[in-house]
Write a protein that binds this ligand. Structure first.
Ligand SMILES: C[S@@+](CC[C@H](N)C(=O)[O-])C[C@H]1O[C@@H](n2cnc3c(N)ncnc32)[C@H](O)[C@@H]1O
Length: 427
């Protein structure tokens, strides 16, 4: 039932999946860890393959979805996700969906329909999966059009295909990269992150409890490297929680002030730093209102549409709207202007977002440089990012794309889509 409620909240209230699952788990203490893990797996794959599932259901819903039918759509989606993509026996998935329909006052009249549709879907499984192979099926049209305009049709298709694959688990280590690679059986990526060969409960792994490393996507680890943190420098990490980049800056010996406006997220950051034994000053504040002396370097990881992270967060594709990009871009412009004032003369400013949208990346920097004559770009070099020259733009910024890091198999390929630029203030 958790999966159905979560899907309903994501699709009809634009609620983020992770927070929704946490909220539902607190409301349903009777659901044990296995129930919660299954609910997460069902909701995640249903959102990742939503286009394929909807196409499949449409074949057997001759008159479309009945209106005012309560949680009927979410029940069908969760049932179909299990039948098409998870290792759940067909009869168990169908029976559960029928029971859920009967337990929902408004969906109740459609219990027979649910039974019939899901049984027919199970029979047609191979056909439906083949139709779902087309690259665009699982990406909202507006997003695909944006990516095609920014990167070309072929790359837009490659991004959409990469987004069908759950992201691998990447790790940043405090020190002794080769030693931890061996102990964890992990692969060393050219950028200096580790990639785990399979998905395992992270807290059970060696080194987690003693704080030797933290989970961080390989692309997310690049912006803090571009800061080039040095021991003793005073660095402001703006929009810092949960602190992956803070940990990198602090591990390099910098004196870091981590700022985030969410006290809850900042508490998670503080917990993470305690586990990693890294000393960091935290400040719960809106960056736009900050009044701090200028720092040697400022990292601004601005709130964004997060369209570069769909492999981890497939809900983003269905909760974001085209108009969100414009309003986020406006906020990013304000944050960048504020961050610029917090950089000392001669200091560095690194701006980054986990978005694929040029308005949240390349265009921000072009307009920033036009507004701030005292800042210039310090181009990123391929050497700084493990020789991956394909991730350096003609202007000298960092642009990673989710399909663009080949691995031994699709499951071990790719990285988040990130943009980062490094700017220096004139002395
Ligand atoms: C992309 S996440 C940061 C991820 C983080 N830098 C990391 O590496 O783990 C964006 C963060 O910005 C924070 N945020 C959004 N608007 C803010 C504002 N005006 N002032 C301060 N923090 C803000 C959010 O609470 C969120 O934690």
């Amino acid at each position: 039932m958790l999966a159905v409620e979560a899907l309903d909240a994501v699709l009809h209230q634009q609620a983020p999946l992770d927070e929704t699952l946490e909220r539902l788990a607190a409301r349903h203490p009777e659901a044990g860890p296995r129930d919660r893990a299954l609910a997460r797996a069902i909701a995640t794959v249903a959102l990742r393959r939503l286009g394929t599932i909807r196409l499949g259901l449409k074949r057997f819903l001759e008159r479309g979805l009945p209106r005012n039918a309560g949680g009927l759509e979410a029940i069908l989606l969760a049932g179909a996700a299990q039948l098409l993509f998870l290792d759940v026996p067909d009869h168990a998935a169908v029976d559960l969906a029928v029971r859920q329909t009967r337990a929902d006052r408004r969906a109740f009249p459609y219990a027979k329909l649910v039974n019939a549709v899901l049984r027919r879907l199970a029979v047609a499984r191979a056909d439906i999966l083949a139709a779902g192979e087309a690259p665009r099926v699982d990406t909202p049209d507006w997003l695909h059009r944006r990516w095609a305009a920014a990167y070309g049709e072929a790359i837009a298709d490659a991004i959409a295909t990469a987004n069908r694959q759950e992201a691998a688990v990447d790790i940043s280590v405090k020190e002794d990269l080769a030693g931890w690679a061996e102990r964890l059986g992990a692969h060393i990526l050219p950028t200096g992150s580790l990639r785990l060969p399979q998905r395992v409960p992270v807290p059970d792994l060696p080194g987690y409890a003693e704080g030797a490393w933290w989970v961080q996507d390989a692309a997310a680890a690049l912006p803090a490297r571009l800061v080039g943190p040095r021991a003793g420098e005073r660095i402001l990490d703006l929009c810092a929680a949960p602190g992956g980049k803070t940990a990198q800056l602090a591990a390099a010996g910098a004196s870091v002030i981590a700022v985030d406006r969410s006290p809850e997220r900042l508490e998670r950051l503080a917990e993470n730093m305690r586990r990693l034994s890294l000393a960091v000053e935290t400040l719960a504040a809106d960056v736009l209102e900050l009044d701090l002396p200028p720092a040697d370097a400022v990292l601004l990881d601005a709130p964004c549409s997060a369209t570069g992270t769909l492999r981890r967060r497939p809900d983003v594709a269905w909760t974001k709207r085209p108009q969100d990009i414009a309003s986020l871009a406006q906020l990013q412009t304000q944050l960048l202007d504020k961050a610029a004032g917090l950089v000392r003369p001669g200091g560095r400013l690194v701006y980054c977002t986990c978005s694929l949208e040029p308005e949240e990346g390349e265009q921000q920097i072009a307009t920033f440089l036009a507004r701030h004559g005292d800042f210039s770009r310090q181009p990123v070099t391929a050497d700084e990012i493990g020789g991956l020259s394909q991730f350096v733009t003609a202007d000298g910024d960092l642009r990673t794309l989710p399909h663009a890091l080949p691995g031994a198999e699709p499951r071990l390929s790719g990285l988040d889509g990130f943009f980062a630029a490094r700017l220096v203030r004139a002395s």
